[in-house]
Design a protein around this ligand. Structure first.
Ligand code: HEC
Length: 255
């Protein structure tokens, strides 16, 4: 009996469709995971603690060179639930007012002279490159004596930025595999040569926190949108309930 039912043409068709669906889902997943060969940062815009840590890291390690000209200190304080006094004390090294935009103190000419390239504004970096890219970039510096500052990067080859987080991450060097005749050696992976203050897991969190902060900076309105979504859903649920009771009320008289 059961044998007959499992072998009907219809079950066979369903099986085929299911197999196709699974295959499709797997290929979508694979395509997504290997997009540009980047490791996903798994950032979350509802993780305020991560954004607060990211902001602190940014102002300690990045703001000397990079500005966020579309962002004001006061807005950061408000959105990230930080005390404006703390923001003034810990983030605004060059003085100024809490309502000022986050502009670095390095004149572009000096940047060009020192690094061969002026450090770009990072307000829209997460929008143009994506937070996964930033996360991977921060993890991919390695020692390279052939570069002017002694650093290179596998995600952004020949970047003129040094590894400013080396004290936390430690120093990596490239493990190459021999290339074909007349070609440059290919980098196989990066290896930690000198440990830093953080282990690999802690440094992943550091890179993720900075990527999360820059994702927020790229689109501050996304924070409000996320919290608004909950209210919209609650409103819809309430409205449905109300409509249901109203319907009951109306039909009571009809019956
Ligand atoms: C000592 C100066 C300096 C510091 C500090 C610094 N950077 Fe940079 N950064 C640069 C320079 C110079 C470039 C341009 C690199 C190039 O185009 O070759 C750059 C480029 C970048 C880029 C790539 C921009 C692009 O072209 O898309 C990102 C992202 C970035 N920096 C993030 C950071 C973060 C995050 C920090 C803090 C952890 C930081 N930087 C600290 C100098 C600096």
């Amino acid at each position: 009996m059961t044998k007959a039912t499992t072998n009907t043409p219809r079950t066979a068709m369903f099986r085929k469709i299911a197999a196709l669906l699974v295959a499709g889902l797997i290929s979508v997943g694979v395509a997504h995971a290997s997009e540009g060969g980047l490791e996903p940062a798994n950032i979350r815009l509802d993780d305020v603690a991560s954004m607060q840590r990211g902001a602190r890291l940014f102002f300690n390690y990045c703001a000397g060179c990079h500005s966020l000209r579309f962002m004001r200190y006061s807005r950061i304080a408000e959105d990230l639930q930080l005390d404006p006094k703390d923001v003034e004390r810990n983030f605004m090294f060059g003085g100024g007012k809490i309502g000022d935009p986050v502009i670095g103190h390095m004149p572009p000419d000096d940047g060009t002279r020192w690094f061969g390239k002026a450090p770009p504004d990072l307000s829209l970096e997460a929008r143009s490159k994506g937070s996964d890219w930033i996360y991977n970039y921060l993890k991919s510096f390695y020692l390279d004596p052939s570069r002017p500052l002694g650093w290179n990067n596998t995600v952004f080859p020949n970047a003129s930025m040094p590894n400013v987080l080396w004290e936390l991450q430690g120093m990596q060097s490239a493990v190459t595999k021999p290339a074909a005749e007349g070609q440059d050696a290919v980098i196989e992976r990066l290896e930690l040569r000198t440990p830093g203050r953080q282990d690999a897991e802690e440094f992943d969190r550091t890179a993720r926190d900075i990527a999360t902060f820059l994702q927020y900076v790229g689109e501050p309105a996304a924070l409000q949108r996320e919290s608004m979504g909950v209210w919209v859903l609650l409103y819809l649920a309430l409205f449905t309930l109300l409509a249901y009771f109203l319907k009951h009320e109306f039909w009571k008289d009809v019956h």
